[in-house]
Every structure is written in structure tokens, then in C-alpha cells.
Design a protein around this ligand. Sequence first.
Ligand code: RNT
Ligand code: ZN
Length: 423
Amino acid sequence: MTPAQIEEAYSIAKERYGEYDVDTAEKMEQLKNISVSLQCWQGDDVGGFEKPQARLEGGGIQITGNYPGKANTIEELRMDLEKVYSLLPATHRLNLHAMYGEFGGKIVDRDEIEKQHFQGWIDWAKSQHLKLDFNATCFSHPKADAGFTLSSKDGEIRAFWIEHVRRCREISAFMGAELDSPCIHNLWIPDGSKDIPVDRFTHRRLLKESLDEIYSVDWDPAVLKDSLESKLFGIGSESFVVGSHEFYLGYAIANNKMVCLDMGHFHPTESVADKISALLQFSDELLLHVSRGVRWDSDHVVIFNDDVKNLFAEIIRSDALHRVHVALDFFDAGINRIGAWVIGTRTALKAVLLALLEPRRRLLRFEEEGDFASRLALLEAIKTLPFGAVWDYYCAGMNVPTETVWMDEVKKYERNVLSKRSS
Ligand code: RNT
Ligand code: ZN
């Protein structure tokens, strides 16, 4: 597509949306302010840098595939991320996990991590104009092998993980202060069991006690915001997940925390989009892990499907873009990892744009008048408006390649950089 073609297609699209009183220029301005938090773990298959050639081990999450070119060092991961960010319109965030610290070849256990291990990330983030989010890593560790961490009946195990999360929140607050933007510390734990337990109650009581201890330290929301992520089941936790949706929902509401809704962590027929307007009646803010569940896997690369479109439509319809934090959570080791990142992130941004372009006032008017055939007709009509032309124009205006020209960049990077890496 030539610049002239992009321009021409856009001017038609602008008019078409204008017929429905939608101002495309205004919507593109709004889109520029949306920052998506990119998951660092897509770049190295959730390995982290605690030891060389670390791999995701156990604990309710799995990854498959061994496509060549994964990042083996922090430098490689940063280089890959720079490539990814260069292909995304506007500025975004980076979501780190505790196991991605810079430990300088030393073994630093999870209950020993400190701010200094993340100074390199903070400096790099500053140089790239990125803000940071953070996660405690309560999996891939011998002390998680028995299947329980913060809800373990073993007091020593619990104390170890409480100390880890306590430190993670402190590090998050430091990141938030250094980068002048609240860092979201999200907590997901793998606790649960493969087979049917007879004592669910004690594990949940212990988890609540552990959380109470962790969150007894107050941090200024200007530097740190906390969220809690539930799950329906995982590999090895099919029969029982301690941190279920009800558990964290109850905890979050009672303790003024955010819940994190991971799109892959609910029953497949359950609509995560529908939860937005329900939760926002009781909670000021929410965190999303935009993902794609496929059968047993909750973390496929995000694509432009109805789940994602409906999710962002509901956020916009609830006027809640400023209350909902958007993070991504997918990891695929079976395809070019840079490609996976860019596909998923651009898709999320596209879904925001599509939602912004909905002729909301008109739809609402039909609804309030009880004219549901007109509402449905319009909802159907807008599905075939030239949305892609607006997206292309937006990308070109933001100096990033259009679909799928960006993939040429990825292939070039694969040839010049990724293919030379040992895997
Ligand atoms: C796991 C959760 C969690 C992780 C990341 C790596 O099921 O979704 O968010 O994917 O913390
Ligand atoms: Zn998640």
C-alpha cells in the first residue's frame, strides 16, 4: 500500500463513520493514550534469568514449542523488546516477573531479591520511555513443587513465599516511584491440586492469612497498585485451585484491591466482557490479562476474535478506559516470538480502536426507545465498515508499519539476529 492509497482509503472510511456521527480523528487521538503492558515472558518462554537456560517448570502453567531464537540473556530480551515496541503505535508498558532480575550470575533465592536486581530494568525503561509493572514469581521453584505456596500447610513454605511477595511489592513501589507511574503488582499463585481434596477450607484460610500479612504494608497508590489473579484450573490443579475467582473477588472487594481477569481463566462459555460492568460497580479499577484460551491452554496468542472485541466494547461502553488496566498474557514458543508479541499487542490495540469507533449514542438511543431491530441492524452494519482503513491510517500516522508490512521487519530481524542465537 502506498501512502496515497492509505490516505484515500482513510478519507472514505472517515466519511462512512461520519454518517454515524463518529469522528475518526477524535477516536485515533484517544487511542494514542492507551498503554498496554507487554508480558516480558513471551520472549523466553517464561524462563527468567535466575540460572542459565532456565525453563518454566510445573505449577499450573505450561508452554509448548521450541522455535529457534529465544532470548537467552537480559540483553537479548531487551533487544527483542525494542524491536517489538518499534512495531507498535504509541507508547506502552513492560510487565516484568521477579525471576527476570539481574542477578549477575549469583544464585539469589526468591526471598532474597532486592531493588538493585531491577535497577538495570528501570534504567533501560527510562531510556525507552517505558513504564513498568511487576509480578511475584511463585512458580518454577522447588518450594512450589508440592503444589502449594502461600496456602501451604507448611509454615516455613508459607513464610518463604510471604517474604518473596513482600519484597516484590517493595520493588514494585520503587519502580513506580522511579518511573513516576504506579506500578501494578499482580499476584498469581499456582496453588491447587490434581485430585479432589477434602480440606479446601484450610488452604483458603491460610491463603487469606498470608495475603493479610503481605498487604499489611501500605504503599502509596501513586507508586503501587495491587491486583490478584484467579484461575479456573491448571495442569496439575484440575480439581482444586485455592485462588479461585470467588476467593479473590471477595478478598479484593473487602480489602480494596484490584482483581485481575485473565481471559483464559474462566469457563469457555463464560463472558469476561460481561464481568466489566459488574465489577466496576464495586471496584474502582481492574486489571486485564488479555489472552486466548484454547481447550486446556489459557495463553494462546491474542487474535481479533469476538471475545477480545466484546471485551473492549464493554470497557468503552462503560466509559471505563481509565479504570481498566490492560496487560497481555500469552506465550507461544512454537512461532517466531517477536511475531507473537506484535500480533497479540496490535490486535489488542485494534480492538480498542474498533470499540472506540462504535456509534454509541445512536445505539443507545435505539435501545432506550425500545427499537431493538434498529439496534441490531446497526450493530450488524458497523461490522462491515472500513475499520481497517482507519487502523492503517493510524499506524502510518504513528510511523509504524501497516499490516502486515511489519512482519517484513520481523523476518529481517530473524535472519540477522534470532537465527544466530544458540537455543
Ligand atoms: C498463569 C497466570 C499468570 C502467568 C504469568 C506468567 O496462569 O495467567 O498471569 O501467566 O504470571
Ligand atoms: Zn494471567
